[in-house]
Design a protein around this ligand. Structure first.
Ligand SMILES: Cc1cc2nc3c(=O)[nH]c(=O)nc-3n(C[C@H](O)[C@H](O)[C@H](O)COP(=O)(O)OP(=O)(O)OC[C@H]3O[C@@H](n4cnc5c(N)ncnc54)[C@H](O)[C@@H]3O)c2cc1C
Length: 399
């Protein structure tokens, strides 16, 4: 395979999802010649009055800062993002509530809820403006060869690319991870998350809440105005039953099962469900390859931190690669890659342990659930417990 000079890069990012695109945009000022390879098409613009999509993410303040640094945040219309300033959680009997208020930490907000498609579009707009970034869409890798000097990538389009470093940002089923023979540790929670977009009688505005039940949490993520995104975790059978209800019956089920706090529902706007899995790569780096985002780690979404972790991978790797370039070094140098892995892995491990702890406390056997319910109530009164949970919510895992 011979790559032409124009197909010779410093860094190839495979996967132009929210994490991969952000990494490429963060390399914008580095002088590193970068390629993004994405199997899908370039994200398209969303009309400001379009219905809200089902895929919504909570972004913590570190993520918002990174997106601002790369110039993408201002491209997300204010009318389509919703700040949350309070977080509340209860047990299944609506007891033991814990309340967090951004004011307690002198923060203007904890973060924002934003549609994934808007975020992707904003970051891709930035990519298009960057002279050092080349975009390859509707194609993906079919072969990867690495040696101590470089990596060679063969694409389904027939093109051949070479680089000092190939980054796998191609999500949970990463082809780059497979091609690089990096194994994963997997766990299937036997749960699905049903996401339901609704209009509510109450304005939901700035509070995000969650109720922990034995079948899994129920959560309300606020969207602008009287809209909200509900997340209803359950066994695959329970979720499928709910998903098949017509709008009127689903609305009734929500009003019956969700906490009274939600108030009435005016309409169900859309629904869709997703399997819940954990998947952790045994290594984040190998010869001339690094993994970021869901390619490296997929975690239970109950704390809303998967994307936030992925964006921090992108920020950390971009910092290490930019520093290597400034020293005149090689972006695929194993010391550079090891530093990236050393900085990220403990953070991700800690977040996995925290979300796993939550999941077990509330869906485990009865005595464990009781302990979870008591702990939730106590945590509100114990400064240490509360601060720990607040740090998790902010994406600042204990270390
Ligand atoms: C129900 C649910 C709710 C969630 N809520 C939150 C939340 O509130 N906050 C949060 O932080 N996280 C949340 N997450 C997690 C978050 O969605 C993921 O962590 C995030 O989408 C990962 O982004 P990524 O760019 O790494 O991967 P992806 O979003 O999967 O993107 C991968 C990209 O790579 C492309 N691709 C795939 N294969 C190839 C290939 N072979 N070649 C080239 N391109 C390829 C894909 O087309 C895609 O564009 C949630 C997850 C779920 C399931």
């Amino acid at each position: 395979m011979n790559a032409s000079a124009s197909n010779n890069f410093d860094v190839i990012v495979v996967g132009g999802g929210m994490v991969g695109a952000t990494l490429a945009a963060a390399l914008g000022g580095s002088g590193l010649k970068t390629a993004v390879v994405e199997t899908g098409e370039q994200p398209t613009a969303v009309a400001v009055d379009a219905d809200f999509d089902l895929r919504i993410s909570s972004l913590n303040l570190a993520a918002v800062r990174l997106l601002s640094d790369i110039g993408a945040w201002p491209l997300i219309p204010e009318a389509r993002r919703c700040a949350f300033r309070r977080i509340e959680a209860w047990d299944e009997h609506d007891r033991g509530g814990i309340h967090f208020d951004a004011q307690e930490l002198d923060l203007p907000e904890f973060g924002y809820f934003v549609e994934n498609r808007l975020l992707s579009h904003a970051v891709w707009q930035r990519l298009e403006a960057l002279l050092n970034v080349s975009l390859f869409t509707a194609t993906g890798p079919v072969a990867l060869r690495t040696d101590s000097d470089q990596a060679e990538l063969e694409l389904s389009s027939g093109e051949a690319l070479t680089a000092g470093l190939v980054v796998g940002a191609d999500g949970a089923t990463s082809t780059i991870r497979d091609l690089a023979r990096i194994e994963t540790v997997d766990h299937d929670y036997q749960q699905r998350a049903l996401i339901i977009n609704v209009t509510t009688r109450l304005p939901q505005q700035d509070v995000s809440w969650q109720r922990f039940t034995a079948d899994g949490p129920q959560a309300m993520l606020p969207l602008p105005g009287h809209r909200a995104s509900l997340v209803w975790y359950g066994t695959p059978e329970q979720t499928r039953e709910l998903e098949q209800l017509d709008d009127a019956a689903l609305k009734e089920a929500i009003e019956r099962d969700f906490p009274p706090r939600l108030g009435g529902i005016d309409s169900v706007l859309g629904r869709g469900s997703f399997p819940i899995r954990r998947r952790h790569a045994r290594r984040y780096v190998t010869e001339r390859v690094a993994l970021v985002g869901d390619a490296a780690h997929v975690i239970h979404p109950l704390a809303g931190q998967g994307l936030n972790l992925g964006l921090q991978d992108a920020a950390t790797l971009a910092t290490e690669l930019t520093a290597a370039k400034a020293r005149g070094g090689d972006p695929g140098d194993r010391h550079v890659l090891s530093r990236y892995a050393r900085r990220r892995r403990p953070q991700v491990q800690a977040m996995i342990a925290a979300t796993e702890g939550f999941h077990r406390l509330f869906t485990g056997p009865a005595p464990l659930r009781l302990a979870g319910n008591v702990a939730l109530g106590l945590a509100d009164r114990l400064t240490l417990g509360k601060r720990l949970m607040m740090r998790i919510a902010l994406g600042l895992v204990p270390n």
